[in-house]
Design a protein around this ligand. Structure first.
Ligand code: BGC
Length: 752
């Protein structure tokens, strides 16, 4: 192996005309920003860098005094306009506010949770969904969304794995770009576009033990190769803002990390927008043991590269810091420039107000719901389908059983924007709508304990092992209707069992130390399985749960995640074959807790996994995921053949061209997510055993075959050397065209 090429990532090719126009606009905006900046007092500058929560009499007064640049969580055009009027009509300099909100997977039309929709691998549809979200949010006066959430995570204990993009940096950066395009549209100045915010920068998902907000200690190489690429993808797509993360990275808290916020984000990537801190994170520097008081915290954050302080008002210390010589005014000016530039670019000076009419026409429309349903259908992952029990015939009598079958709130997931449970179609409603109530028997069976009351609540006394040997969690609700469930199952042709987690068991501050099904759900499952009726398990959860029992005892497993407002219709369409499953896993599915972290793109070891004892792995478990990253079944079968490397030898400035034939060998039309993986055999650091470098969704009729082409720039095959230079190694690479990260047809090529 020899290093062939060494250069920094990556070079963007811009069309010269677009570039000229952008430059002209940006120099216009720069002069407007400078003119405004000259008129500002230090207090007004600090005000532009301050975000408060909610529209209250106090926040309105502070806005009028020029002490606020942004509010978060103000919903509804009238509310937004009232707050905006305080700034635009009653503050001295009339600088508009930028109003922000968390629109993580939809505003009112709630889409599937991001870990699910990432698995659709459908970039145009993700873009379309964020267009819908932007349209709805702006109709409600929101101009800035705290999304996309781009945290890679390898640990399903971490509750926020549900909000993110799974485990893969390439997929993550593609999703980032699609979402930024969707949110920001053609221009952030358009009335139906929002400014997007890439969060949480950076490595928040690597929290030790999966405990939210916990410390992160990872190498610079891991940071650059795994955690940074989705954020780089967002910058390349032109994102307007970033949010720094709560946690410390190698000892430096996210808001005070000059290396990530300035050296990388500004100097290497040339990011031109502004950075907001996460909720209260500047003040939390005190608890981190990184600042003595709020003034010190403010100075450390703004010097590191944070431009706006979210809610803790620590930046009110800026004037005194400047006057006492502890903070150069030039640093403050630069932060204010960045905020004002985004406000100008977003057209807020020309059009500060929301149009209240749009609230009636643009929100929760049939077209928006259609997008939500399609994305939900494409996000579910069919994990098992023994003897092709699915799709079900519409003439069957179906027992719909389980605590999530009619739980509308949980369908929306943990961070549902302005979503309302009443809008959600529950699975039961969807199934009844599909086959008629005369074909449906319903029993909830058991409830799910909510864990409310703090960490560990409800788990103090583990239940005795159930018949499957899998432990449950003591249930505070009396499981009064398991008998009803058994009776329903006995009368039905097939059982569809809805088990999982409540939405509130995932998301922020919702880490779990177990991957079990909480409460008495397994007791219910065992009772239903004892009827010997075919069982289709539908899992609704924000993380992979331990489903080993189900792989033995149920006929089919559909991982539905939290599918959003159209949950029931989407699930019914899949179950009864009106839609075909095509979703894939965006994370490796562990067999059990002890396997965490498990991810497909792990480095090669000196003793690769093997049945022989003296190799990496466990004595008591296979060294593989239960289901690998990229896995998902369809209602058909696909064969892969004829992998052809069109470019057996490529130069560092060339491209790899690969084709393979994919054929639908089953009896139904279906969509296959065809994936391209590579492996650099010898590098300057030990390379991952596989890395995703491309994918394509291919829909084929029975018997139809397609030659799928992939093209990858040699530069994108590179990696970081120990000195953190991007290098493209010469030598032999493996390549696979594959249905998932653990199989496929293989070939090799050389980089010379
Ligand atoms: C979360 C962010 C969110 C912010 C504002 C924080 O607690 O970590 O993801 O954007 O609150 O709601």
């Amino acid at each position: 192996m020899r290093v062939l090429h060494r250069f920094f990532l990556p070079s963007l090719l811009l069309l010269t005309t677009t570039f000229a126009i952008a430059q002209q606009n940006s120099s216009d905006i720069d002069s407007k920003v400078d003119a405004l900046l000259k008129q500002m007092t230090l207090e007004e500058k600090a005000g532009q860098l301050t975000q408060l929560a909610g529209k209250t009499p106090e926040s309105l007064q502070a806005i009028r005094e020029g002490k606020v640049g942004s509010l978060l969580g103000v919903l509804g055009a009238d509310n937004a306009n009232e707050a905006q009027r305080a700034a635009v009509e009653h503050s001295r300099l009339k600088i508009p506010l930028i109003l922000g909100f968390d629109v993580i997977h939809g505003y009112r039309t709630v889409f599937p949770v991001p870990i699910a929709s990432t698995g659709s691998f459908d970039m145009p549809l993700l873009e379309q969904a964020e267009r819908v979200a932007a349209k709805e949010a702006t109709a409600s006066g929101v101009k800035w969304v705290f999304a996309p959430m781009l945290d890679i995570a390898r640990d399903p204990r971490w509750g926020r794995i549900v909000e993110g993009i799974g485990e893969d940096p390439y997929l993550g950066s593609r999703v980032a770009a699609a979402k930024v395009r969707g949110f920001q549209g053609k221009s952030i100045a358009d009335p139906d576009s929002v400014v997007a915010c890439a969060k949480h920068y950076v490595a928040y998902g690597a929290a030790e033990g999966g405990r939210d907000y916990n410390t992160v200690d990872i190498s610079e190489q891991l940071l650059r190769e795994i955690y940074l690429p989705p954020f780089k993808g967002a910058v390349d797509a032109g994102i307007g803002t970033f949010m720094s993360s709560f946690q410390d990275l190698n000892g430096i808290p996210g808001v005070a990390n000059h290396h990530t916020l300035t050296d990388i984000l500004r100097d290497e990537w040339k990011f031109n927008g502004f950075v907001v801190s996460d909720w209260g994170a500047v003040h939390e520097l005190l608890a981190h043991g990184f600042a003595t008081d709020d003034a010190d915290a403010a100075a450390k954050s703004i010097k590191a590269g944070v431009d706006m302080d979210m809610v803790d008002n620590a930046f009110e210390h800026i004037p005194e810091l400047v006057r006492s010589g502890k903070l150069p005014e030039s640093v403050v000016d630069e932060a204010v420039r960045r905020v004002l530039r985004v406000k100008f670019e977003a057209g807020l000076f020309e059009h500060p107000y929301a149009d209240p009419k749009r609230e009636k026409t643009d929100i929760l429309t049939p077209e928006n719901l259609q997008v939500a349903r399609k994305l939900a259908q494409e996000s579910m992952v069919l994990l098992q389908n023994k003897s092709e029990v699915l799709p079900l015939a519409k003439t069957k009598t179906v027992a719909v059983i389980g605590p999530l079958a009619d739980d509308k709130a949980s369908q929306l997931g943990p961070w549902a924007g302005n979503g309302q449970a009443i809008d959600a179609v529950s699975p039961l409603e969807g199934i009844v709508g599909k086959i008629g109530k005369e074909h449906v028997l319903y029993a909830k069976g058991v409830g799910i304990p909510s864990f409310e009351g703090g960490l560990g609540a409800g788990v103090a006394s583990p239940a005795p092992p159930s018949a499957t040997g899998v432990k449950g969690i003591a249930n505070t609700n009396k499981p009064s209707s398991i008998d009803d469930a058994v009776a329903a199952a006995n009368k039905a042709d097939v059982v569809v069992l809805f088990l999982g987690e409540l939405a509130g068991m995932t998301g922020e501050a919702s880490s779990r130390a177990s991957l079990d099904f909480p409460g008495d759900q397994l007791k219910l499952a065992n009772a239903v399985l004892a009827t010997k009726k075919p069982v289709v398990l539908v899992v609704e959860s924000g993380r992979p749960l331990d489903i080993r029992w189900a792989t033995y005892h149920t006929q089919a497993i559909l991982q539905a995640w939290f599918p959003g407002v159209q949950a029931g219709n989407a699930i019914a369409n899949i179950l009864f074959g009106d839609a075909s499953p095509s979703g894939r896993l965006a994370i490796s599915w562990p067999r059990t807790l002890g396997e965490i972290p498990i991810y497909y793109n792990h480095r090669a070891t000196g003793r690769p996994s093997s049945p022989d004892r003296w190799h990496t792995g466990y004595l008591d478990l296979p060294n593989t995921a239960l289901f690998p990253f990229g896995f998902g079944l369809t209602y058909s079968k696909f064969s892969y053949s004829h992998l052809a490397v069109k470019t057996p030898t490529i130069a560092p400035d060339g491209s790899l061209e690969v084709t393979a034939d994919v054929e639908n060998t089953g009896s139904r039309e279906a969509t296959e997510v065809v994936q391209l993986y590579v492996h650099d055999r010898v590098g300057l650091t030990s390379r991952p055993v596989r890395e995703l470098k491309g994918f394509e969704r291919v829909t084929l009729r029975p018997g139809e075959r397609k030659t799928v082409d992939f093209s990858v720039k040699a530069n994108d095959l590179g990696s970081y050397d120990p000195q953190m230079h991007w290098v493209v190694n010469s030598g032999t690479y493996d390549v696979w065209v594959a249905p998932d990260s653990a199989s496929g047809v293989a070939g090799t090529f050389e980089v010379k």
